[in-house]
Structure formats: C-alpha cells, structure tokens
Design a protein around this ligand. Structure first.
Ligand code: BES
Ligand code: ZN
Length: 456
C-alpha cells in the first residue's frame, strides 16, 4: 500500500471528527437568525483549509453570506483545479421527525446523521482530508488547487456570480471539480455530466379583504383557496405534461441512442421508488423513471397554505392563499423565459374575483459538461482506484446554480464527482452520509489530484 493510502486509512477517525465539528454549526443560509452562525461556519471552514495546508486562505464578504477562498499554487507546470462546494445547509424543519438533533452529528449503523452530512459539508470535507493527506505525506499537492466554498448555494447562489466575475483572473484554472452529487449505489460510483435547472416561484392569491363567514358569504364571492387549487390543477394535463404554452419548445426530444444509453445505466428502479417510500412510480407518460428524473422537466408544488388548518372545523372563507411552485428544467430551457411564460399561464388559469402576485424567487439554468473530455478520464481512473466497480456516467435531477455561471466565466470541463445516495435524505429530516461514502470518497479525491497531475 502506498504512503498516501496508508495515511488516508489510518486517519479516518480524525477526518470524521473534523467533519463532525463543522456539522455542529447551524449554517442555514435561508433563515436570517443564522447569520452569525454562517460567519462562524465560514471562519471554521477557512481554518480547516489552512490547517490542511492551503497557503492563501481568505474569507471574502459578499452582499449575502461570505465565500471561503483557499489556494495552494506550488506545482508550476501542473494543471490547476478549481474546487467548488458549499458550507450552507437547508433548514431542518420538521424538527420533530429527526431521530437525533440535526446539529448534533451522530453515528448509527455506519452512517453519520446530521444536516449537511452529505449536502455538502461531508463532501467538502473529503477534499479537506485529501489535501491534508497529500501535505502530510508529500509536503505538497500534485496539482495547483483553488477552492471556492460558498454560503448561499441552498438559497440560489445569488451573490456568487458577482464574486466569480470580480475574481475571474485569480480563478483561472484548467478544470472545475465539484463534489455535490450522488452515486448509483453504495459500491457503484458515478460521474455526473448533466444537471437540471430550476425556476422557483411563489403564487399569492388574494380574495376578500378579510376572512369571511362561509355561511354568510359562501357562494357569493371567489374563494382564493379554491382559486389556487384550480390554478395548480391546470398546470399539468392528465398525461403529466406541463400545460404552460411553449414550455417544451426548447426541450430536445430524446433520441433512441440516448434512450439506449440511459437504459444501460445500472440503476435500481424498484429500489429507488422504494427508497422514496412511494407505493408506485408515477410521472410523465411515455418515459422511464430515470428519463423522468434526469432528462425531462417537471413542475411541482413545494408547499401550499390557506385558511383554517387547526383542529376541528371552522366555517370560514380564507382571504388569502399561497403556493410555492417550482420547475426543474433541462437543456436548453431558459429560466427567465419560462418564468414569464409561467406567470402568463397562471394569470390565464386564475378564475375571476381574485388578485394574483407571481414571484420569481430564484432560478438556475440547466447544465451539461463535455462527456468525452479527457479531463474526465482522470476522475474515471481515480474512482477505479478507490471503488469495486468502474464509475457510471450519469445525469442528475438536482441543480447546482453556479455550474452554468462557471461555463460562462471559465468555459472549462467540469468533474462532478459526488458520493451521495438516494436514501441520504437530502433537504429532509435525518439527512445522513454513509461512512463508506465519506472514507471512499476521501480516497477518490486524493487520487483525483494525482490523476489530474498525470495529465489527460
Ligand atoms: N447537492 C444538491 C444538488 C443535487 C441534488 C445534485 C441531488 C444531484 C442530486 C444541491 O445542494 C442542491 O440541493 N441544490 C438546490 C439548488 C436550488 C436551491 C437552487 C436544488 O437542487 O434544489
Ligand atoms: Zn442541497
């Protein structure tokens, strides 16, 4: 066994403790009461990159939460990788469904439970550990490394674009590396070459000026809860196709060749549906589950509120109703264009007697990287060295808003090498990260730097 691997294996406990320490900081980017914790988390992450051996480490303020920047440029003539990740996490509600506290990392059955365990602190800390291992064993990294760890990914990365443009020269690189995606099974690694985009909206429906007695006024005025349901019901037809005019205009039809490639992906469809806890698979007619999640757009209600929902009955007509509705997009759909079409359609679907506000909360363009790029072969080799099966080439249904920005600012190949699993409960109660993913992924990251140094 080489010295690097030996170091990685003998320091697993320490790597895990370092990860647990950062998981104890409640870095929820979307909730204002965590603002101080966000800064504390940025400082903590910066310290850990410094301790691992990065020479220049900075906390860069933005209009929102700060960016952590770390670099080591001691390998002239070798490629430079730009590592991207995020230290912010999603909110934890509903808290009562967590078996242990979200910010008290706990190990059960070889899995580490905490908010951010997988998404994305656990994956960022694989790189921190990999950097430390190289520095301790060899006193250097095999490549030059620049790290951008942001604090607003889960909020749509609103302020990152400005940072990337301002720092564009300093962020020069040869390849982008991101660990914020998944694998296909506990021993089936994957490289991701496509992500869906997102448009996230809120529809506010206002009816009467105040709540009304449903006997006195019911039947005489429009009920905003009924109106909102009519709007939502009108967004899809009975085949699961989205009814927004022009929604599919830029969606390329799937070719038979693409379908064949997707059909050969070692994807456990029954296991995936079982993991979701859903009795059956359900979705757009004419497509497989994998096609529905990876290459087809969606429109879903994320939340919906109106009227009386306390115990027992209250005969009332609510004056207000609101829904969060988001759409996942595929190449070449454009978030701005689709929001405009969506809003126009929602207004058309609204029955008379209510007023509407439709908000564009945030968005992310869809993303594809060059599947055949030789840089990706370095990642294939790194994964082959650290997992029992060769990596599968996959797309994913989730979004990473900055990937499209990187494409514009840098135009580089991107290695999306992540180790999440379908049962990791991302954004949900009891988020976890398998220790096999964390330790195996740490090796893959350490080997990736070596393989990138060998060149394409
Ligand atoms: N790590 C996820 C993205 C992801 C999820 C990739 C599942 C592949 C599979 C990321 O942190 C995330 O959740 N992104 C948000 C972005 C949004 C808030 C703009 C998402 O996809 O909902
Ligand atoms: Zn996330």
């Amino acid at each position: 066994m080489d010295a690097l691997t030996q170091y990685l294996e003998s320091h697993q406990e320490q790597f895990l403790e370092d990860l647990k320490a950062v998981l104890r900081i409640p870095s929820v980017s979307t909730e204002p009461q965590y603002k101080e914790d966000m800064l504390r988390c940025a400082r903590h992450v910066a310290d850990d990159f410094r301790k691992a051996g990065m020479t220049r480490v900075e906390i860069v303020p933005t209009a929102g939460h700060p960016v952590v920047y770390a670099e080591w440029l001691g390998a002239p003539g070798k490629p430079t990788a730009l590592l991207y990740g995020h230290y912010d996490v999603q909110p934890v509600d509903p808290l009562e469904l967590w078996q242990t506290q979200p910010f008290e990392p706990t190990i059960r059955d070889g899995k580490l439970y905490a908010r951010g365990a997988c998404d994305d602190k656990g994956q960022v800390y694989m790189h921190v550990a990999a950097i430390q291992a190289h520095m301790k064993v060899n006193g250097r990294l095999p490549i030059n490394l620049k790290c951008v760890i942001e604090g607003e990914e889960e909020a749509g990365s609103d302020n990152l674009e400005k940072f990337l443009r301002e720092w564009r020269k300093q962020l020069d690189a040869d390849v982008i590396v991101v660990s914020d995606t998944g694998m296909l099974g506990p021993d089936q690694p994957a490289l991701c070459y496509g992500l869906r985009g997102l448009v996230y909206t809120q529809i506010d429906v206002t009816g009467p000026a105040r709540d009304l007695h449903s006997g006195e006024f019911g039947g005489a005025v429009q009920n905003p809860a009924n109106a909102l349901c009519a709007i939502v019901a009108g967004l899809k037809d009975s085949d699961g196709r989205i009814t927004v005019p022009g929604f599919y205009d830029r969606v390329k039809p799937l070719t038979q060749a693409e379908r064949d490639v997707l059909g050969r992906v070692p994807f456990d469809e029954p296991g995936f549906i079982h993991e979701a806890g859903s009795p059956v698979a359900f979705g757009e007619k004419g497509y497989t589950t994998l096609e529905r999640v990876w290459v087809r757009p969606t429109c879903d209600v994320n939340g919906l509120v109106s009227g009386y929902i306390g115990e027992g009955a209250k005969t009332v007509l609510p004056s207000f109703a609101s829904a969060k509705v988001s759409m996942r997009l595929v190449p070449d759909q454009d978030p701005k264009d689709l929001f405009a079409r969506f809003e126009a359609h929602v207004r058309k679907l609204a029955p008379p007697g209510v007023t509407l506000k439709v908000h564009d909360l945030h968005s992310a363009p869809p993303f594809m990287t060059d599947f055949d790029h030789p840089m990706l072969q370095a990642a294939v080799r790194a994964l082959a060295r650290s997992w029992p099966k060769p990596p599968a080439m996959i797309r994913e249904g989730g979004s990473i808003p900055v990937m499209a920005t990187f494409k514009e600012t840098h135009g580089l190949p991107s290695i999306l090498m992540g180790f999440g699993l379908a049962d990791d409960n991302l954004h949900a109660p009891n988020e976890k990260y398998n220790l096999t993913s964390f330790h195996g992924g740490t090796k893959s990251c350490a080997y990736l730097y070596e393989e990138l140094a060998k060149g394409a």
